[in-house]
Ligand binder design. Structure first.
Ligand SMILES: *Cc1c(COP(=O)(O)O)cnc(C)c1O
Length: 389
């Protein structure tokens, strides 16, 4: 058995403080020391210095989406990612509009629930736990339902880890002249998504995913003409994206109290994202994390939920071993004692768990994780080589 010390550790990524675990979860995630340190001072929300940070952040996010003119705006919004999804849906979908929601997991389901609250009509394509929506199915649904105004797609459905076929679906939506809303929460910043490649009206993401900030706000990259048509459309005062945008454009400030520390931490995280080589640099690291993880887990005897072609570089779902001694709670605790926090599964059909590849982790840390998993299985008396039962 190899000991931890035999695996090289990296200098580039900060080791968490003593006793602090690595978060192998899709946000909040492990952040860098520099990002944490950026929060060690207080900022006046009206102050010109903080306004400059906000302006920089908005501009960087537009650049990341390949926006080079003023056809799109970036509107940050307080709250977790779901607040921004809700605000975006209420803004982009007219009150008498109708959405087609492509569902294959928890976040597609949450979108339909949100639409119910908002009183917007919708139809769904429900593919269950993890099957990808197919472009031909979207094409047929749009042909049969000409009154659909907007299509909602989750880019990486974090509940299974599937990377949905965004480009193919975006092309179909465009061919039908419909407006595409993308929940790119867990992919933006690590999987390329730019205006010249993908025809979209709205992209939603948040601070604590692939850009590796801390929780506190989300952001919406939205076609300006869609925003301009949305005055008075929102159902909520605090989630009115149009008003947030107008106020921010006019004053440079957030409409209500901003999560100042989260914004400056995000600003710092963006610097590091850039230094790593932007979206492509980050994609390379996460892909490597995923490849080392999946290969190592398979070697240990685990199976992935998804075929290789659908595996995202964000998070991977593994089936729980059928061994009678395997119990997720115990497995979680064993790993936590070894400084790794993993994520329970979200499938309705089978027992599973998830391991994230995002955050300040690299392949060396993934090797340490694999060793911790092997040790945990030994501690639990789970022999992966034995047939189930
Ligand atoms: C994280 C996430 C969200 C937002 O979840 P919050 O808990 O509100 O931050 C939405 N969609 C996807 C795909 C996500 O991964």
């Amino acid at each position: 058995m190899m000991t931890k010390a035999e695996f090289p550790t990296t200098q580039a990524l900060a080791t968490p403080a003593l006793g602090e675990p690595y978060l192998l979860t899709p946000g909040p995630l492990t952040t860098s020391k520099a990002t944490k340190e950026a929060m060690l001072r207080d900022w006046g929300s009206w102050d010109v210095a903080f306004n400059q940070v906000t302006a920089d952040v908005r501009q960087s996010l537009l650049s990341m989406a390949g926006v080079q003119d003023d056809s799109f705006a970036c509107v940050p919004l307080q709250g977790s990612g779901s607040y921004s999804v809700e605000a975006a849906l209420a803004t982009a979908i007219p009150r008498d509009g109708k959405a087609l929601v492509l569902m294959n997991g928890a976040y597609g389901q949450r979108a339909t629930k949100t639409l119910e609250y908002l009183g917007r009509a919708f139809i769904t394509l429900d593919k269950g736990d993890y099957l990808p929506p197919q472009p031909e199915e979207v094409d047929a649904l749009l042909r049969d339902n000409p009154d659909v105004t907007n299509v909602f797609l989750v880019h990486c459905e974090t509940s299974s880890g599937i990377l949905n076929p965004l480009r193919e679906i975006a092309d179909v939506v465009k061919a039908h002249g419909k407006s595409l809303i993308i929940d790119a929460m867990s992919s933006f910043g690590a999987v390329p998504l730019t205006v010249n490649e993908i025809a979209f009206d709205v992209v939603v993401s948040s601070a604590n995913k692939c850009i590796e900030g801390i929780p506190g706000f989300g952001f919406v990259i939205i076609r300006r003409s869609v925003l301009e048509a949305a005055k008075g459309r929102a159902n909520s005062l605090s989630l009115d994206l149009y008003e947030q945008w107008v106020y921010m454009e006019r004053t440079g400030q957030w409409r209500f109290t901003p999560p100042t520390h989260s914004v400056v931490a995000f600003h710092k995280a963006l610097e590091q994202h850039n230094a790593e080589g932007g979206v492509h640099g980050r994609l390379a690291r996460y892909t490597r994390n995923r490849d080392v993880l999946v290969a190592g887990m398979r070697e240990l005897g685990f199976r992935t939920l998804l075929e290789d072609r659908w595996l995202s570089p964000i998070i991977t779902t593994f089936f729980s071993p059928e061994h009678p001694n395997f119990e997720f709670k115990r497995f979680y605790d064993e790993l936590k004692a070894r400084q790794f926090i993993i994520y329970p599964g979200k499938l309705t059909v089978a027992d599973s768990f998830r391991i994230g590849c995002i955050g300040q982790i690299d392949e060396y840390i993934v090797h340490q994780l694999l060793r911790a998993i092997a040790d945990s299985l030994v501690a639990m008396n789970v022999d992966m080589q034995l047939p189930a039962g």
